[in-house]
Design a protein around this ligand. Structure first.
Ligand code: PMP
Length: 288
């Protein structure tokens, strides 16, 4: 496998980052997870824009322009002869002193990995996921806005561990006011009386690219969408629920905290949204 590392393509074994890199020492950096479908990078511009916003929010100057970043991403896929892949684009603060001050880092480190991703097992796409609400709350936006896709994922990782301890593959994270924020690596939608609802970014959700695609799909399908506060009760009593994410795509949820959602089977709106998403990813996108 060839990895893009600071302007060069290197073998996997040589793709090494310094132990003094502040991405390693402090999680000081930003990243994107992107998909390549049949030779098309899905919503690449939106991912690169989000990366730019994440970098801006942490006062990190990206060393590459949008066009250079786009080309480096496409070239990483080409170098590996890939037509379908999961792409991980990472920009760290770079190598610096042991202290946390970012001013000691003279230049950011950029690396891009294009590889395969293990989605949830197919049975969960067919039958739906059973998820739980975990005790770990989504980090308060005034401490670190969850809209920044930063290398600080410990908050989500703790929630993921708790999900597993409860025997679930994904978990709802509430914000510190007790409203649903998102899942550990996915956004969440519910369908209630024909209306799609999802927490707004101000509730502690990442502005997911897949979430954005679902807004477009809903408009096409004529299903109204609302960004609104959601409680666990709203999810328990929803007719349908699904999660969205670059890795997960659109996956039905049929149980939360031991309660069946709707009739306990993937719903009609969920199926239509998932089918439309599958069609779009093959035709939309930037050709590599
Ligand atoms: N929330 C979190 C915390 C995430 O890490 C992700 C990305 N896996 C998402 C939501 C979904 O965002 P996207 O659709 O852009 O992948």
């Amino acid at each position: 496998m060839k990895i893009y590392l600071d302007g060069k393509f290197v073998d996997e074994a040589d793709a090494k980052v310094s132990v003094f890199d502040h991405g390693v020492l402090y999680g000081d950096g930003v990243f994107e997870g992107i998909r390549l479908y049949d030779g098309n990078i899905f919503r690449l511009e939106e991912h690169l824009e989000r990366l730019e916003y994440s970098a801006k929010a942490i006062l990190l100057t990206l060393p590459l322009t949008r066009a250079e970043m786009s080309e480096a991403t496409a070239e990483t896929c080409r170098q590996n002869g890939l037509r379908d892949a999961y792409i991980r684009l990472v920009v760290t603060r770079g190598v610096g002193d042991l202290g946390l001050s970012p001013w000691s880092c003279s230049k950011p480190t950029v690396f891009i990995i294009a590889s395969k991703i293990a989605l949830y097992p197919q049975e969960h796409y067919d039958k739906g996921l059973a998820i739980v609400t975990v005790p770990t709350r989504r980090i308060n936006p005034s401490a670190l806005p969850p809209t920044i896709k930063s290398l600080n994922y410990l908050n989500n990782i703790l929630a993921k561990i708790e999900a597993r301890q409860f025997g679930a593959l994904e978990a709802i994270m509430l914000n510190d006011q007790g409203y649903v924020a998102e899942c550990t690596a996915d956004n969440i939608f519910v369908v209630h009386k024909g209306v799609l609802a999802t927490p707004s970014a101000t509730q502690g959700a990442l502005k997911g690219i897949t979430r954005g695609a679902v807004f477009d799909i809903a408009a096409e399908l004529g299903v109204p969408v609302r960004e609104t506060n959601l409680t666990r009760y709203d999810v328990w009593c929803a007719d349908e629920c699904f999660l969205t994410g670059t890795g997960a795509e659109v996956i039905p949820v049929v149980k939360l905290d031991g309660r069946d959602i709707g009739d306990g089977r993937p719903g009609d709106v969920t199926r239509r949204v998932a089918a439309s998403f599958k069609r779009r990813v093959r035709i939309e996108g930037t050709k590599i």
